[in-house]
Design a protein around this ligand. Structure first.
Ligand code: ADP
Length: 335
């Protein structure tokens, strides 16, 4: 699949995102409920002069979890330490991070569901009692040395809240789920990013990009950069409706935000298998991809867009999928 509509961050995204990342809660667009809840939590903590409860943010990649963690530290006026579950291999790594925190600091752990078990247990006691037992030595001579940790706030992020252990989830006083963004919210995000980047974007240009961004701010910002490039090279530099349509045609991102592979999957389903149901591996062979790629890269968005259904008997194209390909759905589809 093309990287252009993948929600995961590439190195280029990480560099480009720094400038457009909202720095304060009031700049964070949409997600009103989460924003309001966080505001109350943070203001209460500032008023009391003590760190807020630990915060768990769940939701798909590219929706603003890292951004919110940075905002939490900024609103509290504290230091921020960032790491990730996979980066913490040994509990000693985590103990070093924890004992190095300043009073009230925010510790952000991305992909917290992937933290190794021994480190996870160390984290429990740090979250609960602000202390950790560091084990020195091995076997019968091993001793536990208790170390104090400054009061801190853990901000955990996960794309898979269901994979968190019960004890872990219970230690978060505040849990928020981020949902995909409406096109209009993405339009606002695009106007804001364009302003920061000094790009001249028309409203219909922003609407066009927003509609193809799969509900994901990271994808919206990435498509904006590609359309800007195109407009600078082929046009007058303005991101207009025409520029957006022409650029995204070149990059093979269609009106719904589907790329070439997404469309190949739907086309195979419809033309080779009569709309299904068909098994995942058969479908993957038909498009020349690994089943994992089809399942993890294409299907989540196709399902969410209402184009593909996973049924016990296999994958099925919905009537909307037929129509998206310009075909008449058979009467028997879903009925
Ligand atoms: P995650 O950690 O969930 O993968 P990020 O916090 O890295 O996502 O967000 C990806 C990019 O999308 C950020 O750099 C930021 O520019 C943009 N973004 C995300 N949420 C918002 C928002 N609510 N308002 C404005 N920009 C946003």
């Amino acid at each position: 699949g093309s990287m252009l509509v993948s929600p995961d961050a590439t190195d280029a995204d990480l560099a480009a995102e720094t400038s457009v990342r909202p720095k304060r809660l009031e700049e964070f667009i949409a997600q009103h409920r989460v924003r309001e809840q966080l505001q109350v939590l943070l203001q209460g903590a500032v008023r009391r002069g003590s760190p807020p409860d630990h915060i768990l943010l769940s939701g798909p990649p590219g929706l603003g979890k890292t951004t919110l963690a940075m905002i939490v530290a900024a609103e509290l006026g504290t230091g921020l330490r960032m790491t990730s579950g996979p980066a913490i291999e040994r509990s000693g790594d985590l103990a070093a991070i924890l004992t190095g925190l300043g009073p009230g600091d925010v510790l952000f752990i991305d992909e917290i569901h992937r933290i190794a078990k021994p480190a996870e247990e160390l984290l429990y006691s740090a979250m609960e009692d602000f202390r950790v037992d560091v084990i020195v030595g091995k076997g019968p001579g091993a001793t536990a040395i208790p170390l104090d940790v400054e009061p801190f706030t853990l901000v955990g992020a996960t794309t898979r809240a269901g994979l968190l252990t019960g004890p872990m989830r219970d230690r978060f006083g505040f849990v928020a789920h981020l949902d995909f963004y409406e096109p209009d919210a993405l339009r606002h995000i695009l106007h804001r990013s364009a302003r920061i980047l000094g790009v001249d974007v028309s409203d219909d240009g922003a609407v066009e990009i927003a509609g193809r961004s799969r509900g994901t701010p990271r994808i919206a910002n990435r498509l904006l950069r590609r359309v800007r490039d195109y407009a600078e090279v082929r046009g007058d530099g303005r991101v207009t409706l025409d520029a957006a349509q022409a650029a995204l045609k070149v990059y093979d991102v269609d009106e719904l935000g589907l790329d070439r592979l997404d469309r190949a999957v739907l086309r195979a389903l419809v033309t080779s298998f009569g709309g299904g149901p068909v098994g995942l591996s058969t479908l993957a062979v038909a498009v020349g991809e690994q089943p994992d790629t089809v399942e993890e890269v294409c299907e989540p968005f196709l399902v969410r867009a209402g184009l593909l259904a996973r049924t016990p008997r296999g994958r099925m194209a919905t009537p909307a999928a037929w129509r998206h390909l310009g075909l008449q759905p058979p009467d028997s589809a879903f009925g």
